[in-house]
Design a protein around this ligand. Structure first.
Ligand code: PLP
Length: 224
């Protein structure tokens, strides 16, 4: 193995050790937390050793980048799951439903419509997460916490979508815990079981607050 290949595998091992520790501290089973290895900007040479080390769930934030990188990797390694963690344009819903097993960034009625149509047409059902803009940051995607209940109801009732989870990205300069707690609270009152929250810097805190999916990039693959 070259240096380039050992680095992400070492990163994966230390992230795994920290997940185990965080689960133990939170009295949770390791199996209740899915590690989504965020491979955006990294190419197949960096990703292949991580697959070889046993990682099966990967995250990308751009549809086009994922379309370039993943079909070949998926064909070569059965059993992989690919999650879209970045914003999705309605006009890319078709490609997204075809390629991804989960979409973490549902946040607009127009996108719900486009997804519902493609899910029907392709008969493929990616898990859907509604993104909550917990910090109410104007530049950030996501539904504001005060609109979350209405939006979730609309996804379900008007568009017939199954909402599996909620996702959040806390503001850069805030302590993440209150944002994770708020996301968990919105999920609870809407009967939603899955929580996509926690990144390289804060996934242990997210696990303590109920995360079922942590999205970890740089701690595995290195700085981008
Ligand atoms: C890039 C990205 C991550 C991973 O961030 P790291 O700090 O590298 O772990 C997680 N979630 C989203 C939405 C991202 O865009």
């Amino acid at each position: 193995m070259t240096m380039g290949e050992t680095a992400p595998v070492n990163g994966l091992a230390s992230v795994e050790a920290e997940i185990v520790r965080a689960c133990r501290d939170a009295r949770r089973e390791r199996s209740t937390v899915t590690l989504v290895a965020v491979s955006k900007t990294f190419d197949a040479d960096a990703i292949t050793p991580v697959i070889a080390a046993g990682q099966r769930v990967f995250g990308e934030n751009r549809v086009q980048e994922a379309q370039r990188k993943w079909p070949e990797l998926i064909a070569a390694h059965p059993g992989l799951a690919l999650h879209l963690i970045g914003p999705l344009q309605s006009n890319k819903a078709k490609e997204a439903v075809a390629l991804f097993d989960a979409i973490h960034s549902v946040d607009r009625v127009s996108l719900c419509e486009a997804l519902a149509k493609e899910i029907d047409r392709q008969n493929r059902r990616p898990s859907l997460f509604v993104q909550i803009n917990t910090g109410e940051e104007p530049q950030k995607a996501g539904v504001s916490p005060s609109n979350a209940d209405d939006f979730i109801a609309r996804c379900r009732d008007t568009h017939g979508l199954t909402i599996s989870g909620l996702m959040c990205i806390p503001p850069m300069d805030d302590a993440p815990a209150p944002h994770f707690a708020l996301t968990a609270k919105i999920a609870r009152r809407n009967g939603i079981k899955q929580l996509s929250m926690g990144m390289s810097a804060d996934f242990a805190i997210a696990i303590a607050l109920g995360a079922t999916h942590i999205r970890v990039g740089s701690a595995i693959f290195g700085t981008r």
